[in-house]
Design a protein around this ligand. Structure first.
Ligand code: FAD
Length: 303
């Protein structure tokens, strides 16, 4: 009989998750850890499995609405799993799941690797970007991803690779959103041989165009709703005069109507109510069911 792994030292109990999301809302994780490397993450996943605990992984928490009541089971935050290896000649880039996307975009630009210029304004991790197929300004993760290394929490001792074409990528969608697998690292192939100054200039210009049109200084999760193509969610919301609409301290941003900002001490319940209110108004006026892009944790029993 195999002994159950003992409780790893990195584990903490009842850790408030609001500090781990860009919205700055959310209740406590029953169990919480920030693994410092893949071996520690694997040990933590094995422990959760041995205890029969639900396990979920978060990155920078920049696309997450976490319930005020918190989240049962073990929540792993990957933001310490940083690091990347970039080859200037081949364009091959391997990045740990917790590597910040803007950091990777800047590193690539400095080596004259083109492809991630759009990623500099997205405050997520590589793991979160793969799960969400994050994208902006005409580019997205799926365009450059070769493969990911993932962990099945039910078999933590045997991580495996998936190729990009196995991930069912679509607009802000990947197969990983329906799986319980944890992304450990990702490999990209970028376009090598560009002038580093030009790639860096385009990267900086992309960041500037976003920070000048979006409420970057306030806690938010970026765009709340998926664009119901060919329509833009922000335009639909703005057309109804909903900029500035507020529930508690959650507000439809006066700067960009597809952003909901936390003006101070918003609760997750305020944000969830505002999302529902906006959805109802857009449905009533335009007959369009806006779908949230943001992922929820702790809103369903056991999840
Ligand atoms: P999280 O928010 O932590 O998690 C998102 C989902 O991925 C969750 O379901 C989580 O469980 C899962 N997950 C995260 N890491 C892992 C992992 N290692 N293994 C398994 N599952 C994991 N998004 C865009 O696409 N385009 C934009 O232009 C954009 N602009 C933004 C601007 C602002 C100011 C903000 C705050 C957000 C913006 N976003 C944008 C949203 C967000 O940054 C992206 O969705 C990002 O990819 C989320 O990464 P994350 O690490 O924060 O993931």
């Amino acid at each position: 009989m195999v002994a159950a792994p003992s409780c790893p030292p990195a584990l903490r109990q009842e850790v408030n998750l609001s500090a781990f999301t860009t919205w700055k809302v959310g209740g406590p994780a029953e169990w919480f850890a920030e693994p410092g490397d893949q071996a520690e993450l694997i040990a933590l996943a094995a422990w959760a499995h041995s205890q029969g605990l639900a396990l979920r992984c978060i990155g920078a928490g920049s696309n997450l609405l976490i319930a005020d009541a918190g989240v049962p089971g073990l929540t792993l935050c990957n933001r310490r799993l940083q690091g990347s290896r970039l080859e200037a000649h081949t364009g091959l880039v391997e990045a740990e799941a917790g590597e910040p996307l803007p950091t990777l975009a800047r590193k690539a630009a400095r080596l004259g690797l083109s492809g991630l210029e759009w990623a500099v304004g997205i405050p997520g991790t590589v793991g979160g970007a793969v799960v969400m197929n994050a994208g902006a300004q005409g580019g997205c993760t799926a365009d450059w991803l070769v493969s990911v290394r993932v962990l099945d929490p039910a078999k933590p001792e045997a991580p495996f690779d998936l190729q990009g074409h196995e991930l069912d990528f679509a607009y802000r969608h990947s197969r990983l959103q329906a799986e319980s697998w944890i992304v450990l690292s990702a490999t990209f192939r970028l376009d090598a041989g560009h002038d580093p100054a030009s790639v860096t200039a385009l990267t900086s210009a992309n960041l500037h165009s976003r920070t000048s049109t979006q409420p970057y200084q306030q806690p938010s999760c970026g765009s709340v709703f998926r664009n119901p193509e060919p329509q833009k969610a922000g335009q639909l919301i703005e057309s109804l005069g909903l900029k500035g609409l507020q529930i508690g301290e959650a507000q439809v941003s006066p700067i960009h109507a597809n952003f909901i900002v936390n003006t101070g001490a918003a609760r997750a319940a305020d944000i969830a109510a505002l999302i529902q209110d906006v959805q109802g108004r857009v449905m009533a006026s335009h007959g369009i069911a806006l779908q949230p892009e943001v992922k929820r944790l702790g809103f369903e029993p056991g999840r």
